[in-house]
Design a protein around this ligand. Structure first.
Ligand code: 4AD
Ligand code: MG
Length: 462
């Protein structure tokens, strides 16, 4: 008989039918005569109860069916007497695929701390919590593609290995095939990359934006969705060295269109999660965060407040609140400032625009005041910055001037600069940090807990 997934079995009313179920044992309890095995196969947060008559199989055979073991069961689907689920399976045949010695299997029945589970990243997807988080992660990925596809955006693949620093922040992981025990040097003492695979210095991308802009300036509207890498040494609950970013880029959009897109996109994703991941979200809310559903609804039902960085700074300065990092015009905002605006002042998601050019990237459109650029950051409760974006500088001379002011080398971005010479046009885009979105939707508080195998300083073990 064909295997039935537990999610489908639990919805079935085909009582009396034969059914095949495969899964991992969550718990086993019972008495001398019967065993009750709670089985999970990842298709749902809910377990299916397998009822086993001990005499039919023998105690010796059943002994290794313990927490963590994987079994294959043929049985009969029956209505359940218990309250938890409406169906259960009476076992007819059982095959044990793999045992899990209770003396060494780390995931025993008791609750484990999230910190402990991080140390067993290879096994934590077997827990209710991480099963729920990773199912939601899948659904959010799917929703992202859906959103853009339905609106005529093309999924544009930008390179992982690049020679440019898209953010100009110098936080890159170098990629090289040079022999590190004997690095070839040029006469002036600098590294000679001519023997490298690419014949030049390369790194893992920090953002697909620069290439994405070229996509927008030809296909009209594109988005990227891929891994990005930052070697910034920030050991915080909101930073990863390897994170996934979604970067839409749209020709002819100005900063207001860009804000409208960002707000509509985020609301779509949250609505999608509530409609398609309700059981998993309810579980996480119950376990970790009883305000989660209210927060999700709140973001859905309220228009995001829009104001300039300058107005934001004014509010922060006048607040009288004691911040760990003091703020004044010109400082980059920390999560504490962003969260103050969102959680304490406006009690609503905020879009801050027109930041000082000194704290933003070289490619942002310069305002006429000569001091600010057409940047926009979307700030969320509990998260702080969830999206960063801007209208782009479309004028070749202004862009070139800014690149030179910053002392950047034009060589690795000559192709980007050239795009402003041939049919340049206004365009805008933004980047959504996928794991920041996941934090918001799941209510988890550490970014290490929303990606299967997190990469952070001193942690690439799994
Ligand atoms: O603000 P960022 O650095 O913007 C860019 O990379 C632009 N190129 C995006 C664009 O306009 N196309 O990053 C965008 C978002 C942030 O708002 C944040 O959500 C997330 O990416 N992010 C990180 N997420 C996890 N770990 C990190 N180290 C992150 N750095 C940025
Ligand atoms: Mg940013």
């Amino acid at each position: 008989i064909k295997r039935t997934k537990i999610a489908d079995a639990l919805k079935s009313t085909d009582f009396g039918s034969e059914i095949n179920i495969k899964g991992w044992v969550r718990t086993r309890r019972g008495n001398k005569n019967v065993s009750f095995v709670a089985l999970n196969d990842g298709s749902t947060i809910n377990n299916l109860q397998i009822v086993i008559e001990n005499a039919k199989f023998g105690d010796e055979f059943l002994k290794p069916i313990t927490t963590g073991a994987c079994i294959n069961v043929n049985g009969v689907l029956v209505q359940s007497q218990g309250r938890e689920q409406s169906v259960e399976v009476q076992a007819v045949e059982i095959e044990i695929y793999g045992t899990a010695d209770p003396a060494t299997y780390p995931l025993q029945k008791k609750g484990h701390s999230l910190e402990f589970l991080r140390e067993i990243a290879h096994l934590r997807p077997r827990t209710n919590t991480f099963g729920a988080v990773f199912r939601i992660r899948h659904h959010m990925s799917y929703a992202i593609h859906n959103y853009f596809h339905e609106r005529g955006f093309y999924y544009f693949h930008t390179p992982i290995i690049t020679a440019s620093d898209a953010e100009g922040a110098g936080a890159m992981f170098e990629v090289t095939t040079l022999d590190l025990t004997n690095v070839p040097k040029k006469e002036d003492g600098t590294v000679d990359y001519s023997q490298d695979f690419f014949g030049r210095q390369t790194n893992l991308t920090v953002s697909g934006q620069l290439e994405g802009e070229l996509g927008a300036m030809s296909l009209g509207a594109i988005y990227t969705f891929g891994p990005t890498f930052r070697a910034e040494n920030s050991n915080t609950p909101r930073h990863l060295a390897e994170f996934w970013m979604i970067e839409p880029e749209v020709a002819f959009n100005d900063i207001t269109d860009n804000m409208d897109l960002a707000e509509d996109f985020l609301k779509y994703l949250i609505r999608y999660a509530l409609e398609n991941c309700k059981e998993d979200i309810d579980f996480l809310a119950k376990m970790y965060d009883n305000e989660l559903l209210d927060r999700l609804q709140f973001v859905l039902n309220n228009k995001f407040v829009r104001l300039t960085y300058t107005e934001g700074i004014d509010i922060l300065e006048k607040s009288g609140h004691k911040f760990e990092y003091p703020v004044h015009w010109g400082t980059d905002l920390q999560a504490e400032h962003e969260r103050y605006l969102v959680e304490k002042h406006f009690k609503c998601p905020v879009i801050l625009t027109d930041y000082p050019k000194e704290i933003k990237s070289f490619y942002m459109k310069q305002n006429d005041d000569g001091k600010t650029v057409r940047a926009m950051d979307v700030l969320f409760p509990k998260i702080g910055e969830i999206i960063g974006g801007s209208e782009r500088e479309a004028d070749y001379d202004k862009l070139m001037k800014r690149v030179q002011e910053l002392g950047m080398s034009t060589e690795p971005i000559w192709w980007y600069l050239e795009s402003r010479k041939f049919g340049t046009a206004p365009h805008s885009g933004f980047g959504l940090g996928f794991e920041r979105l996941m934090l918001f939707v799941t209510g988890m508080t550490n970014i290490r807990d929303v990606i299967p195998f997190p990469r952070t300083p001193n942690n690439a073990d799994f």
